[in-house]
Design a protein around this ligand. Structure first.
Ligand code: AMP
Ligand code: GLY
Length: 426
């Protein structure tokens, strides 16, 4: 099989590393990829949202499978683009239709979907320009903290949580009246604040059947002790110690199955990953958000623990026979620690040389995120630069190994959190 993977983050490096190990993968291309993905296939200089160029590439290189790593092409409708084109229709796309991707692309769509299928989530109301005054009144009598969510994709920045009414009102007005998050924020969801500990659950579905992948927890805040600004993710661990069999049974019965069945009943085409962003409220799971792709950096701990052949699973997805597959998990724990550029998630510099990147080892993998190769050097090319994943029988050991390597890798302005996994090792 000739496979084209779309994306350029640590998630895509982990996916490329895994896909390239499959005997079924004859050739792997990554568009646009990074300095790390180039070790597992051929990087192609095409942006993930440039559908016309992706189309030409697939035809010219006789691509047999498309794997979108990030949400952008999915929310923009790459599935539908392929299925409505005579020259591309035969190529399986591992991801949902544009309608299915609305689970991530529209908070209002996701909330309505959950309500229709009685899936536990925070109670909410949605407002737009026509209900602005009503929304303001609703907000001012809402218990604090108040959670405001811009409806569409907002690069992880569309959620505001505040206990100050004035700030909430100003944010609400900014979202609706001044389009603070562009059209993404023209509609706003105001929801109940849930208190608990979050985790990420990933499912691969063929539209009828599903398989649950290893659980993970990511660390979104920039600062140690979960302080400071939200980021794309500063590290992750897998498995999640509190995701016991009893808890996961509740997740499957009240959340996963109703979601997959709900999509099928509504005729929404969905053959790909579903990312359930969950919160454990006193032992009961609630959905915080859906994403239509794998998480980053969760993929960097989930994929190394997955013992299956990934292209084989993808083929089973396309042939709607996931029920014949068995997921095999490495019993060891995995931890990943993300190295970022000083200033991230706000302004940061690029182009710094990275040294001290270790060679791949049995129990450790370095996945590149924002990097690029130039003149035999590896340079920083993003806020999240690379992540160090370690596997060990004990999470504590995996974390210590990742921290040590994070220390050894050098670039100007390097920062990483030393407390990833803190709540599970004290
Ligand atoms: P989202 O983009 O929906 O994942 O929201 C970003 C982050 O905000 C989540 O990872 C949570 O930490 C937090 N969050 C979102 N919704 C809620 C909620 N209803 N209650 C508590 N925290 C929330
Ligand atoms: N790590 C969270 C995400 O990928 O959205």
């Amino acid at each position: 099989m000739k496979i084209l993977l779309l994306g350029s983050g640590g998630r895509e490096h982990a996916l490329a590393w895994k896909i390239a190990q499959s005997a079924a993968c004859e050739q792997l291309y990554i568009a646009p990829g990074n300095a790390g993905t180039a070790a597992h296939g051929t990087n192609v200089n095409i942006a993930v949202n440039d559908f016309e160029q992706i189309r030409s590439f697939c035809i010219d290189h006789q691509i047999d499978m498309l794997v979108p790593g990030s949400e952008e092409p999915l929310v923009l409708g790459i599935y539908d683009f392929f299925k409505s084109d005579d020259a591309l229709r035969h190529i399986p796309v591992i991801g949902p239709s544009k309608e299915g991707a609305q689970l991530e692309g529209s908070k209002a769509f996701a909330k309505q979907f959950m309500q229709r299928h009685h899936i536990p989530t925070a109670s909410y109301r949605e407002f737009d320009d026509s209900s602005f005054e009503e929304g303001l009144a609703y907000l001012l009598q809402h218990p604090v903290p108040i959670v405001l969510k811009a409806d569409g994709l907002a690069a992880g920045k569309g959620v505001v949580i505040t206990s100050a009414y004035e700030e909430a009102a100003a944010e609400f007005e900014g979202m609706i009246k001044s389009a603070k998050f562009g059209d993404a924020g023209r509609k706003v969801v105001i929801e109940q604040f849930l208190t608990g500990i979050e985790l990420s659950v990933f499912v691969l579905t063929d539209g009828k059947n599903y398989k649950i992948l290893p659980t993970a927890k990511d660390y979104k805040r920039i600062g140690e002790g979960d302080t400071g600004l939200n980021t794309g993710g500063m590290g992750a661990v897998s498995p999640v110690p509190f995701a016991t069999d009893a808890f996961m049974e509740k997740v499957e019965n009240t959340i996963i199955r109703p979601t997959v069945e709900g999509l099928r009943k509504e005729g929404i085409i969905y053959q790909g990953f579903i990312f359930f962003g969950l919160i454990n409220v006193e032992g009961e799971p609630f959905v915080i958000e859906y994403n239509c792709r794998m998480g980053d950096p969760e993929t960097e701990v989930v994929i190394p623990r997955l013992q299956n052949d990934l292209p084989e699973l993808f083929t089973a997805v396309q042939q709607e026979r996931l029920d014949t597959m068995q997921i095999a998990e490495d019993p060891r724990a995995a931890a990943t620690v993300m190295l970022v550029s000083k200033g991230y998630p706000e302004a940061y510099e690029k182009g710094r040389e990275i040294t001290g990147i270790p060679l791949p080892a049995k129990d450790q993998l370095v996945f590149h995120a924002g990097t690029r190769a130039a003149d035999n050097k590896v340079l920083t090319n993003g806020g999240r630069v690379m992540t160090v994943t370690s596997l060990a029988g004990d999470l504590r050991i995996a974390l210590a190994h990742s921290r040590q390597t994070a220390e050894d890798i050098q670039f100007e302005g390097k920062y990483y959190r030393r407390d990833i996994g803190y709540e599970f090792i004290s």
